[in-house]
Design a protein around this ligand. Structure first.
Ligand SMILES: [Zn+2]
Length: 62
């Protein structure tokens, strides 16, 4: 099973859904309200919102 590279995350403030890298290299903010959605930690990512789903590099249905 290939590693998922992206996540769909829902902003806890405005419920906007946004796709970002699973491992972010810089802070990610909500495009709608500007709330912090994710930030890099040592080798991983800290997500502030709710992760709706994880996405592979290419979407193929399932
Ligand atoms: Zn938001």
């Amino acid at each position: 099973m290939p590693e998922k590279k992206f996540v769909r995350i829902k902003c806890s403030d405005c419920e906007n859904e946004q796709v970002t890298f699973k491992r972010v290299s810089s802070k990610v903010e909500c495009l709608v309200c500007g709330a912090r959605l994710a930030e890099p930690t040592g080798g991983s990512s800290l997500f502030k919102g709710e992760i709706i789903e994880e996405l592979g590099a290419s979407e193929e249905g399932e």
